[in-house]
Design a protein around this ligand. Sequence first.
Ligand SMILES: Nc1ncnc2c1ncn2[C@@H]1O[C@H](COP(=O)(O)OP(=O)(O)OP(=O)(O)O)[C@@H](O)[C@H]1O
Length: 254
Amino acid sequence: MIPSIVIDSVSKHFTLRHAHSFKEMSVRAFRGQRLSDRFTALDHVSLTLHQGETVALMGLNGSGKSTLLKLMSGVMQPDEGSVRVRGRIAGLIDVGAGLHPELTGRENVYLNGAILGMSRAEIQRKFDAIVDFSGIERFLDDQVKFYSSGMFMRLAFSIAAHTEPDVFLIDEVLAVGDPPFREKCLERIRELRGEGRTMVIVAHDIQMLVGLCDRGVTMRQGRVVYDGPTEEAGRLVREDRQARRAAAMGEIGG
Ligand SMILES: Nc1ncnc2c1ncn2[C@@H]1O[C@H](COP(=O)(O)OP(=O)(O)OP(=O)(O)O)[C@@H](O)[C@H]1O
């Protein structure tokens, strides 16, 4: 098996500021309270993903999935450890992050396509397919700021899905679209999977992930706690959800 992404003992910390103004700072300092805390979002995560694998990244909110995806995509750097990626990577991480609100849909296909590493000739060749897939041809010459969130998502997914990436990162975007488009996206993901590309998918819909992925990785508080069949990875997340719900019920005395 050829490694596609190698994550070696990666950690990522964030600083949480408690005081946002001089007044708040003075008050906290006067009370002897801390002005900020260091928070560990990823704690020595190691993971090797192989070419052609479709991997589900699962875990409760805040377990570190999106942070790990951002490190894979290179938009964020680890504080410790290393991330190595082989080949061209495309991601739908911050949906529409590469789309410019002031530009039209048409202009955004060119801009975003270029950002994702396509040449102008390649974009021209794929232009019709991208627009066709997105289903927004009627709005192609409108500025993207007037799009609904669904239309925005359609265009962003469509551009990314046509970049022919070696590694495709997908974060929760499938939750945004309308059901027919969501089905179309899943179809496209299956197609990309069939072409032997590496896919990493973050989603909360466990049933969908079990149907789509051949490996599941479960995260808890910044650590990988399970790596194996998707079904089992999903079962652990369901357990975590139940435990969290029980704890919340306990807090409100229910
Ligand atoms: N830029 C940031 N600054 C400060 N804290 C951050 C930042 N990004 C993420 N975090 C914190 O890191 C932790 C992990 O966040 P992350 O978004 O990776 O979790 P997640 O598993 O993707 O959650 P979700 O399912 O809600 O998207 C969270 O507690 C979050 O508040």
